[in-house]
Design a protein around this ligand. Sequence first.
Ligand code: ZN
Length: 657
Amino acid sequence: MQSLWNDTEAATFGTDLLGQRVYTSRLLGRNPALVLHGGGNTSVKVTERDFFGDSVNLCYVKGSGWDLGTIEREGFSPVRLDALIKMSKLATMSDEDMVLQQRAAMTNPNAPAASIEAILHAILPFRFVDHSHANAIAALTCNADGEARVKEVFGSRVIIVPYFMPGFILAKTIADLIVGRDLRAEGIQGMVLLKHGLFTFDDDARKSYELHIEMVTQAEEYLATRSAGFQPSEATISEDLLSLAKLRQAVSKHRGFPQITRLNASPEAVGYASLPNVATFGTRGPLTPDHSIRTKRAPAFISDDIDASVQAFANDYQAYFDRNASGQTKLDTAPRFALWPNHGIVSFGDTLKDANIVADIAESTAATVALGEAVGGWEPLPESDIFAIEYWDLEQAKLRKGPARKVHQGKIAIVTGCAAGIGFAIAESLAEQGAQVVGLDIDKDIPDIMKKIGGIGIVVNLTEDQPVQDAIDFTVRQFGGIDIVVSNAGIFPKNDYLDAMAQTDWDRTIMINLTSHQKLMNKVIPFVKAGIDASIIFVGSRNFKAPGPGASAYSCSKAALTQLCRVAALELAPNKIRVNIVHPDAVFDTKLWTPEALQKSATRYGMTVEEYKTKNLMKVEIKSKDIGNMVSAMASPLFSKVTGAQIPVDGGNDRVI
Ligand code: ZN
């Protein structure tokens, strides 16, 4: 492992102690083998003037909710050093009191809550303290011989600390270990917390950080010599997207919410998931106890019977809870990641961000557990210690802080013809309500257009079979399934009477407005059947019930599309998939309607543009966003018992009513 220290870069963070602390914290956070997603913590001790001008000794400790990799000055909580040291001298202290007293001792009450390891940072008599949950330290110490190995690698440079729950008890244990000692004279440069992580310390920011890198490198080198000959499995990678969607469906059912699902099918991930005995050693426990908050104690192991595998995980989790619980409320019994031989490692989350965090931890876990097993047997903490962290109220609080759940959170939607107008408004409404949206359009700008709403755009000619299949497969590969399909793509050909119409205009309209929808259904329905509270919505037109002269191709295609919707509703009702159609009318905020075209049409009716735009019974203007919001509602639980319905969004039309 290399030190990432760079003098020029360091200078941009300021030369004061807190500036240096921010810089080296980021260096630690930049390396995923040291720190992942909120893991690890750092501190610096400084003397400052308080509001009244009095000198005060502070310990700036990483605040909770901040990641080391992106931390800023305001991510550190200024806590009075004497208060923290006083706390370490108490015989006992509850977690709640510790959190409260740490906050009471802050000179800025608006700063984030200090890390639960603040007392531990305070009692170490060095200016800078760096703490990580390095993979190499886990592989070294999650073993029956962990302590002996640490002695062999680090000699007397480090204090070895047996596992204790982080917080007051750990700080107290370490206070007892160092009381009356002169760590500098003894040449102590760090502490290895067995099955937890590494601390290094020094009065110089760079030295403390580089000690960390040096010690982790030493551990890596030790492991490398012991694991020579270890060969990761070279399994054949097979892809089965329908089974992936079924796995997501089973996990979502146990979780109670649709889950964004990330498949890691890299050779490393498939190799690990296919190792002999991985079902045994791969499910013993996490690298470091705080991962259990995100990943639970262990992954699920997926055999050929997907539902039975997920159920087996749920049964095991229930038994684990029953063995360890003492009054806690049980969390859901769904796995957060799964090992799937020949397919890879699959991670689940309420949002893409959550699923990606789990995927990062799972990847790190796979590499480290494989190494730990190869160098003498992976032996993580006993389950009672993991349970104590997984159900620790202070940790649960971190998860509860998330924002309220959106209607379509965790759902995956495909919208066709969404580069502009009604289609874009639909994609936008679904995304606003939390759906992961993939937009299909022939417009080459669709990737950039969808990026604006956090979605993915794919350039597809919907009348061609293979590109449509590829786009559907891509969506499932990316997110694990498909729950919402909005079949919207359509054209409005020029208004020719039947005796003047070019045959190509008719054929093209039927192909795009009708046949392309049928082709999409043919390919997407197998996945929708494995969706969560799945829903298909077609975008029709008022024209179907109130046709106009010169619009035969358009009216007929929309009428047939409505019939396609009705048949699909009949066919899919047994699968609890609802199929409905929305009939918009007179939506003028689209590309088709230039100000000149609007003026021309208004003049033809002898109206002002304003009158023309609102020529419906309710005299209201219909906007693309009205259709978008209606479609989003139709995909929501509001319409959970509605299928085969035709919903007009037209302000009321006397020819239709
Ligand atoms: Zn820790």
